[in-house]
Design a protein around this ligand. Structure first.
Ligand code: ADE
Length: 230
C-alpha cells in the first residue's frame, strides 16, 4: 500500500525528500509528486502549495494517480489553544474550515451547507500511532485536538481568541481540512500533524519566519517514527 505524505511548503517536505530512496518524479496538475521508499514504506510525497484548493487538488491526484491508501499531512501551524507553545505538536482529532461562513442563510459558523459532515474526523489508528510516537519523542509537548483551516494567515490576538472560543480549536493552518474533506469523500484514512511555528497573534509573522524550520524538523521526526512503526 502506498502512503501519501503532503506538506504545504518546501521546508515541510525537504527533510522527507532527503531521506527518500528509489526516488522517481511525476508531474501532474502543476505539482511534482515524488515516489519511493521512505523509512521502509512505499510513499508518494508532494508539496501541495498553500491553501485549501491546492491541498484538495493534490490530495485527489494522490488518490487517483498513485492509489494511496492513507494520507499524512505534515507541517506547521499557529497555536490557537493558549496552552500550546511554539514547537509543540498538534495531532488532529478532526478538521474543520473556520472560514466557511454561510451564517446569513442560517448555517452555523464552519458548517458546509447541504451536506452531512463539516467536521472531518481523523483515522483513530493513525491518531493513536501519532500519539504513541509523540509520547516518546515529545512527552508533554503535544496534544490531540481540532485543526482549524482557512485561507487566511492568522496574526491577531483577537482573531485567535475568537477562533478558540467559537470552535475550541487547537491550532490554525491553511490546508488540513481540505485534505480531510477530500479523504472523507474517498473514504480514506488521514491524520494531520502540525508543529506550532507561532501563536497566530501579533508576533505570528516574525515567529513564523523564525520557527518554521525548527517546527518542520519536529514534524519530520514524527513522520519518520510513524512510518517505521507501520
Ligand atoms: N501556519 C503557520 N502559522 C499560521 C497562522 N498563524 N495562520 C495560518 N496558517 C499558519
Amino acid at each position: 500500500m502506498t502512503i501519501g505524505i503532503i506538506g504545504a511548503m518546501n521546508e515541510e517536505i525537504a527533510l522527507l525528500l532527503e531521506a527518500l530512496t528509489d526516488k522517481h518524479e511525476v508531474q501532474a496538475a502543476g505539482t511534482t509528486y515524488y515516489t519511493g521508499i521512505l523509512y521502509g514504506q512505499n510513499v508518494v510525497i508532494c508539496k501541495s502549495g498553500v491553501g485549501k484548493v491546492n491541498a484538495a487538488v493534490t490530495t485527489q491526484v494522490m488518490i487517483d494517480r498513485f492509489d494511496v491508501g492513507k494520507v499524512l499531512f505534515t507541517g506547521v501551524a499557529g497555536a490557537v489553544d493558549p496552552e500550546l507553545n511554539i514547537g509543540d505538536i498538534v495531532i488532529s482529532s478532526a478538521c474543520l474550515q473556520h472560514d466557511m461562513d454561510v451564517t446569513p442563510l442560517g448555517f452555523k459558523r464552519g458548517e458546509i451547507p447541504y451536506q452531512e459532515e463539516s467536521i472531518f474526523a481523523a483515522d483513530p489508528a493513525l491518531v493513536q500511532l501519532a500519539q504513541t510516537v509523540c509520547e516518546s519523542r515529545f512527552p508533554g509537548r503535544y496534544r490531540t485536538g481540532i485543526v482549524l483551516s482557512g485561507d487566511q494567515f492568522i496574526a491577531s490576538r483577537d482573531k485567535v481568541r475568537e477562533l478558540h472560543e467559537t470552535f475550541q480549536g487547537a491550532c490554525t493552518e491553511m490546508e488540513g481540512s481540505a485534505v480531510a474533506q477530500t479523504c472523507a469523500r474517498n473514504s480514506l484514512p488521514f491524520v494531520v500533524i502540525r508543529s506550532m511555528s507561532d501563536r497566530a497573534d501579533g508576533s505570528a509573522d516574525m515567529n513564523f519566519a523564525e520557527f518554521t524550520v525548527m517546527a518542520s524538523k519536529h514534524s519530520h521526526l514524527i513522520i519518520q517514527d510513524m512510518l517505521q512503526s507501520m
